[in-house]
Design a protein around this ligand. Structure first.
Ligand code: NAD
Length: 459
């Protein structure tokens, strides 16, 4: 099939490369000429496991092309996937300017029947706006070509995006048009050969399904973070509680990990956008407001623990930070808790040496040469002369470190662990002061000045 994918970011690239892998002829459009030029050379600007190989292989096979030429991209695909960003607007609602610009561009060049597929996460009712944007351009040209608009939200996870796309739990197709539905089913049929996982529904239900999924997952995370904070003051261990409840098949283990709050390009903005839609229609979601508020506060939890230990004036102190990306196996820094932590440390007068296996460059760009902050190539380099190690992202490489070397490099043997990577018992045996989330805090025994007053810090 001839497919165009509009937007060559995380979702667009994965969609384009995976559909090319199944034998389709795919053209990916992006308006960022520099990005397109790099992609045409086989250089991929994002880190996603397996993606670069997949892109290069399909480019070599002649099935995957990149362009900045709108007319050519519209002419190419019978199916036009829109996979552009939908960032949060100032009030938290989804900013649809990129989606509607993509729709108008299709309308400017459309000369024959096309199926326009919203893969971007968009509020309920956006399909109607896309229809209007395309039709307005057709009317300007007095062009009578027909088209259908479909909602096909994407559920891939960054860090496992290629696998998720190739082996989807479900494919949601929202449309009232049988021709469009048949074409969409034909595209996805090779991905669901062993059993059908295509869910057909009306457009509005499809649009809401994506937000409902992300809101539910974010709710689980905020719930566990609140329970973790309660566990800490009660003297319970959230990791045991997590196993205790996760073993119930009605609950399950996924997305029950306490930590430093959710980040990334989806949950924060989607929770807010759904709330905005709900308010707009007079049905505000009270649970979701709490989910959002809890998350905002949880992003400060490591800084609060650090200040409870060292005091609020951190001048003269130096911290090692492990992990910058909002989660492992991605270089995505959007809404990452690490950004809040580092901003906070710098604002309190501390200096920081940070390491991430793949996100150092993006973080260096984000902080743009900020004084007091450096990035290290290797994790152990960040520790040199640091007063404490602070773990923000649970990369595999941080799970079994050499604690003797850590102690040797740090000025004082203290770890603030936002991901509960280590066992408090082990830390006690290693004589490391250890501050996990929702578990026993291993306080320093030697220096009374450093004893934490209370773990129930004001969040
Ligand atoms: N990243 C994820 O994990 C994920 C998962 C599921 C759904 N989504 C949703 O998918 C959408 C895209 O997310 P992303 O993370 O891939 O975004 P992204 O910011 O990584 O990529 C968007 C790309 O679109 C390009 N673009 C913008 N306007 C354009 C236009 N008119 N024509 C052509 N290209 C244009 C930009 O230059 C950019 O390269 C969002 O709505 C997001 O919520 C993202």
């Amino acid at each position: 099939m001839r497919i165009t994918v509009i937007g060559s970011g995380y979702v667009g690239l994965v969609t384009g490369a995976c559909l090319a892998e199944y034998g389709n002829q795919v053209v990916c459009l992006d308006l960022d000429a520099e990005k397109v030029a790099q992609l045409q050379q086989g250089n991929v600007h994002i880190y996603e496991p397996g993606l670069e190989e997949l892109i290069r292989r399909n480019m070599q096979a002649g099935r995957l092309h990149f362009t900045a030429d709108i007319g050519a991209s519209v002419a190419h695909g019978t199916i036009q996937f829109i996979a552009v960003g939908t960032p949060a607007d100032e009030d938290g609602s989804a900013d649809l300017q990129y989606v509607l610009a993509a729709a108008s561009n299709i309308g400017r060049y459309l000369n024959e029947y096309k199926v326009i597929v919203n893969k971007s996460t968009v509020p309920v009712g956006t399909a109607d706006l896309v229809k209007q944007a395309v039709q307005a351009q057709l009317d300007l040209r007095q062009q009578r070509s027909s088209f259908s608009v479909v909602s096909n939200p994407e559920f891939l996870k960054e860090g496992a995006a290629v696998d998720d796309f190739m082996r989807p739990d479900r494919i949601v197709i929202g449309t009232e048009d049988e021709t469009a539905k048949d074409l969409m089913q034909a595209i996805y049929a090779p991905l669901v050969r062993n059993h059908d996982r295509i869910l057909s529904m009306d457009l509005r239900s499809a649009e809401l399904t994506k937000y409902a999924a992300n809101a539910m997952l974010a709710t689980r995370i905020s719930f566990m973070n609140e329970l973790a904070n309660l566990s800490e003051v009660l003297g319970a261990d959230i990791e045991l509680v997590r196993k205790g409840i996760g073993s119930d098949p009605r609950i399950g283990y996924h997305f029950l990990y306490p930590g430093v709050g959710y980040g990334g390009s989806c949950f924060p903005k989607d929770v807010q956008a759904l709330q905005q839609t709900a308010m707009q229609f007079g049905e505000p979601l009270k649970i979701l407001q709490a989910v959002h508020d809890v998350n905002r506060l949880q992003k400060n939890i490591l800084l609060n623990k650090i200040m409870a230990h060292f005091g609020s004036d951190l001048r003269g102190l130096h911290f090692a930070v492990w992990g910058l990306a909002f989660k492992p196996d991605t270089d995505d820094l959007r809404e990452a808790p690490s950004l809040v932590l580092i901003e906070g440390l710098l604002a309190c007068g501390a200096t920081v040496a940070a390491h991430d296996p793949v996100a150092n460059d993006k973080a260096a760009q984000y902080f743009a040469g900020r004084a007091g902050l450096q990035f290290t190539e290797l994790p152990m380099q960040a520790l040199e002369q640091a007063n404490a190690l602070v773990i923000v992202t649970e990369w595999k490489a941080f799970r079994s470190p050499d604690f003797a070397s850590i102690k040797k490099s740090l000025r004082s043997a203290i770890i603030f662990d936002g991901r509960n990577l280590y066992e408090p018992k082990r830390m006690k045996a290693e004589e490391i002061s250890y501050y996990p989330i929702g578990r026993e805090q291993i306080l320093p025994h030697s220096s009374p000045a450093l004893v934490v007053q209370s773990t129930a810090v004001a969040y």
